[in-house]
Write a protein that binds this ligand. Structure first.
Ligand SMILES: Cc1cc2nc3c(=O)[nH]c(=O)nc-3n(C[C@H](O)[C@H](O)[C@H](O)COP(=O)(O)OP(=O)(O)OC[C@H]3O[C@@H](n4cnc5c(N)ncnc54)[C@H](O)[C@@H]3O)c2cc1C
Length: 350
């Protein structure tokens, strides 16, 4: 029986395990936290559109009676040459390793400790508390997280500035979506400062490369992500993550799979992509190469909340409507329901 060790219980790791329920493998999942967090819903904490409990799934309960063993442990080092993983609780061996430790905020060598992150339930809760008492808020980074955060805070009646070194919000997406976001920001009175690289973040202001500064009572750092530092340091890979082949195996050690935010792939880091990759990894574990399936990197529509409205971005299209905001809420419910369905299907051998 092959021992499959899965590191990280985010969208990638949890879904690999869900897809392996009922398989003949001995599956163990490790995570530093006891729950699986629904990160796309974190922005809804600002206006209490969702509660903390609605955004997390208890991992012991999720994997109860499934054959998947969950252990709450912090991964400290991965040694692929020896096929061992060292954690705060001991050492694990494996036949196949699935690296799904996600990402950490990208800080570009800056000390951003006076800003709040918006990356996990813990950091989001801290930010919500700080923003409640603030009048002026600066959001650094106008990717989809920064745009969503700015929209929520603005709806709370706060004065919001968004700073990005790129000249348009969501600069990695199509131009039409940037236009729609700028129109939304203008209508809301959100001050977008594009083409402004941040030099320093202080308690009460953000200092820009051009010497100007923006004062605030609270600052949210959402300037993108890098592959998990644990992955970078222990596997000696760069900030893009583990370079994998089309079967999502690490080229250097083919018994090691990597996916989600900590894998170096030509797709954007989203929950949707991580779930899609999890299906491929689960199918490719312990099968001969000729029977493996390839990851095709299909693009999915991205739903971005703009306060009470929403934007649907797909390839060159960008559509705005409050329907997409409702759809985004529905996605969470469907996802959580699907986890239960997969558990049941795995247990009865479907
Ligand atoms: C605020 C926010 C909003 C987002 N909105 C959307 C959206 O609308 N749509 C979308 O598709 N995507 C969205 N994303 C992106 C999406 O959440 C990520 O792409 C997705 O979570 C990646 O899945 P993952 O499993 O690779 O990483 P994660 O989900 O981050 O999971 C990594 C897991 O590894 C664990 N871990 C990390 N380090 C260790 C360690 N040393 N030891 C043990 N465990 C460890 C963590 O606890 C975590 O459970 C959003 C992200 C954020 C932060």
């Amino acid at each position: 029986m092959a021992k499959v060790l899965v590191l990280g219980a985010g969208f990638a790791g949890v879904n690999v395990c869900m897809n392996l329920i009922g398989s003949e493998h001995d599956v163990e999942l490790l995570d530093i936290n006891g729950s699986h967090e629904f990160k796309p819903g974190l922005v809804d904490l600002y206006r209490e559109r969702h509660t903390e409990d609605e955004l997390r799934v208890n991992l012991n309960k999720l994997f109860e009676d499934t054959g998947v063993k969950f252990s709450r442990e912090a991964v400290e080092d991965i040694d692929p040459a020896e096929q061992k993983v060292h954690t705060n609780a001991g050492t694990h061996d494996y036949t196949y390793l699935v690296v799904a430790l996600g990402s950490d905020p990208a800080t570009y060598g800056m000390d951003v400790s006076s800003a709040d992150g918006f990356y996990s339930l813990t950091s989001a809760k801290k930010s919500v508390k700080k923003v409640e008492d603030a009048e002026k808020v600066t959001v650094v980074g106008a990717g989809y997280v920064g745009v969503e955060v700015a929209g929520e805070i603005s709806e709370m009646g706060k004065e919001v500035s968004v700073v990005d070194s790129a000249t348009r919000p969501m600069s990695t997406g199509n131009e039409e979506s940037s236009h729609k976001i700028i129109d939304y920001m203008n209508s809301e009175g959100i001050n977008f400062k594009g083409g402004s690289a941040v030099k320093r973040v202080e308690e009460t202001k953000v200092v820009l490369e051009n010497g100007k500064s923006i004062e605030h009572d609270a600052c949210i750092w959402s300037a993108g992500v890098q592959a998990s530092k644990t992955v970078q340091d222990s596997l000696n890979v760069d900030r893009d993550g583990v370079p994998v082949d089309k079967y999502l195996r690490w080229r250097k050690y083919p018994q090691v799979f990597a996916l989600g935010d900590c894998a170096d792939l030509e797709v954007i880091d989203t929950a949707h992509n991580a779930i899609d990759q999890a299906e491929v990894v689960a199918k490719n574990i312990d099968v001969p190469r000729k029977d493996m399936v390839e990851y095709d990197g299909s693009e999915f529509p991205l739903l971005v909340s703009l306060g009470d409205s929403g934007l649907m971005m797909y390839k060159e299209a960008a559509l705005q409507s409050s329907v997409f905001r409702k759809l985004k809420d529905a996605v969470m419910k469907v996802y959580l329901l699907n986890l239960r369905k997969k558990k049941l299907a795995g247990r009865i051998g479907l």
